[in-house]
Design a protein around this ligand. Structure first.
Ligand code: WT7
Length: 577
């Protein structure tokens, strides 16, 4: 692959990175040697939440700020490591009083308020399994997740609770809903003990789960163990390069695995001071946060960077970002323009990192100590073996396109897919974990992303399954069926586009363009209202018939090829076309 090289020079190393020599470390690396940087109980067990927060309380970090929190209105709060440890102990005790124990699922449906973080940690501390839900979720998305997981308790606030009330009767196993901003909860919280026995767990014992999308079916619950914290910690240390002096800002939401791994577990395990901005995306506001808190390390996503770019370097120059020393990105392809723009705007590149909900932590990355081939995802983290394999799991040569694959057994690999053992198994071929992404490796060992191997959509970094959106559309009375694809978009990476077949009585009506446009808008809103605020089709096209296989499966590949004006490829398995 041809690319521009960003060669690291002295000015990139004003501060020596935590990892100074990638190649040498990769060769000699053994996970066992790094386990000792975590805290293990005397019986050899572990707790991920204890490692993130409580272990610092026995050190000088006790009174160090763990969390600076700010919301849209500019309300600010701050918490030391001890404050976070005690508040999460309280949450653990409250849950115990509701009879929550080991292995029970407790879901969190909250905006990025401090209680979200205390709840997450409290759940892990008592050995229960934490599930996180984006606050953009509507009733269908909530029902799918809470029903499949059989969540026993849901933690929410009074703004979001009404959405859950609508589906409560479909969730017989949901025993309690805790509403954190009510007077009664505040009272309970105040009176609850902040002393908690922290559960001793095996690394494989389940700690948290996240629902994520594939090509077919409803979202699946990817389950991670307490042992994931090892890789989350070491990647935070070597890739984000977190040090005690840092003030670190990750812009992700814990509804997404990035928010769990690098806003709670991995980053706090490094003992770093974090900033959480709970407000909306806004270029000026984001820059104010960077400046005000004197952020040193920043972890964000390509869509956000692309949304900053049109405001230009002029806006950047109005702020003092002299504290900033390292920037990383995740979630979708980081286009070369975004990196070169960052170099001119901030004087440094974004370092791309690749991983997935299933991998639990970063896997293929650009290290601070390494030159960047602009457009490449970097190299495998020490202790991980990555390769490009064909569909039978045979390793391909350099520069050949194939499936990006990992050798199973890295510490943060998913433990299971909740109640879907066959689905879990289907990820593995010839003893390789197949990521679902296509790419290639060049002769220098850098990995390049080419695209998804399946129909999964990545819009603004969010992973959306076409089936979920199709199901939401067909729930509308005007719709017979729908086929949904990701359409390339310069800003969002992809947008969701739906091809919709209407009921016959509607078909005549839409010959009037106004009526058709109105119906499109109605369908978009319908999905937004029932499924999720971020997973709705921005573009809708009415179509007479969907291309299908003889067995009746929608051929999204054909819809996509047509949309992009590409040859439709092999149509021999099509029913008719
Ligand atoms: C999918 C995983 C990464 C944690 C949060 C997202 C895409 C992710 C990159 C990257 C190109 C990327 C892949 C991957 N992706 N990072 N650096 N370059 N594509 O996890 O929601 O499970 O999504 O996001 O397609 O498979 P996720």
């Amino acid at each position: 692959m041809k690319s521009v090289l960003y060669k690291k020079t002295k000015k990139d190393f004003k501060i020596l990175p935590n990892l100074e020599d990638y190649e040498r470390t990769y060769e000699r690396f053994n996970w066992k040697d790094w386990e000792k940087e975590l805290a293990w109980f005397e019986d050899g067990k572990i707790n991920a939440a204890y490692n993130a927060v409580d272990r610092h309380v026995d050190t000088w970090r006790k009174n160090k700020i763990a969390l600076y929190w700010e919301d849209d209105d500019g309300t600010q709060k701050k918490y030391t490591f001890e404050d976070v440890a005690l508040a999460s102990n309280k949450m653990g005790n409250i849950l115990k009083d509701f009879d929550v124990g080991r292995g029970d699922r407790v879901f969190i449906f909250l905006p990025r308020i401090p209680e979200l973080f205390f709840s997450f940690l409290g759940i892990l501390k008592i050995g229960a399994i934490a599930g996180t839900l984006f606050s953009a979720f509507q009733e269908q998305a909530l029902e799918d997740r809470l029903a499949n997981s059989d969540a026993k308790v849901l933690i929410t606030n009074s703004e979001l609770k009404p959405r859950v009330d609508k589906i409560r009767n479909k969730l017989p196993n949901l025993k309690h809903i805790l509403v954190v901003d009510t007077e009664s909860f505040t009272k309970t919280f105040a009176h609850t003990s902040s002393e908690l026995h922290i559960s001793h767990m095996d690394p494989e014992d389940y700690a948290f789960m996240l629902y994520t999308s594939g090509t077919t079916g409803k979202p699946k619950g990817i389950v991670h163990g307490h042992g994931t914290v090892l890789q989350q910690y070491l990647t935070a240390k070597w890739v984000l390069d977190l040090k005690d002096e840092d003030t670190y800002w990750c812009t992700a939401d814990p509804g997404w695995v990035t928010g769990i791994a690098y806003e709670i577990l991995g980053s706090w395990a490094c003992g770093v001071t974090s900033v959480i901005f709970a407000g909306r995306f806004d270029p000026k506001r984001w820059y104010q946060i960077l400046e005000k808190y004197r952020i040193t390390v920043w972890y964000t996503a390509p869509t956000a960077i692309r949304m900053l770019m049109p405001k230009g370097t002029q806006l950047v120059k109005q702020f003092d970002f002299s504290s900033l020393r390292h920037m990383c990105s995740v979630g979708e392809p980081l286009n070369p323009e975004a990196i070169t723009w960052a170099i001119s705007a901030f004087g440094m590149p974004f370092h791309d990192t690749w991983w997935q909900t299933e991998t639990g932590a970063m896997c293929i990355v650009n290290f601070p100590c390494m030159d960047i081939k602009i457009g490449a995802m970097g190299k495998p983290f020490p202790g991980l073996t990555a390769a490009i394999v064909d569909d039978q799991g045979k390793v391909l040569k350099d520069n050949e396109e194939g499936n990006i694959a990992l050798k199973p057994g890295w510490p943060s690999m998913m433990q299971t897919v909740w109640r879907r053992p066959q689905k879990y198994k289907s990820y593995f071929v010839n003893n390789w974990y197949i990521t679902g992404d296509r790419g290639m490796r060049d002769k220098d060992g850098y990995f390049w992303f080419i695209g998804r191997a399946d129909d999964v959509i990545k819009t603004s970094g969010e992973r959306v399954g076409p089936f979920e959106v199709e199901s939401a559309l067909v729930a509308h009375p005007a719709v017979i069926e729908a086929g949904v694809i990701g359409k390339p978009d310069p800003l969002r990476g992809e947008i969701i586009k739906a091809f919709v077949v209407l009921q016959s009585d509607q078909q005549a009506a839409i010959s009037n363009k106004k009526v058709g446009d109105k119906l499109k808008e109605e369908l978009s809103q319908f999905v937004k209202k029932h499924l999720a605020g971020h997973a709705y089709p921005r573009e809708i096209e009415f179509i007479d018939k969907l291309p299908k296989t003889r067995s009746g499966k929608i051929m999204r590949r054909i819809l996509k090829a047509k949309e992009m004006g590409l040859p439709v490829g092999d149509t021999s398995t099509l029913e008719e076309y």
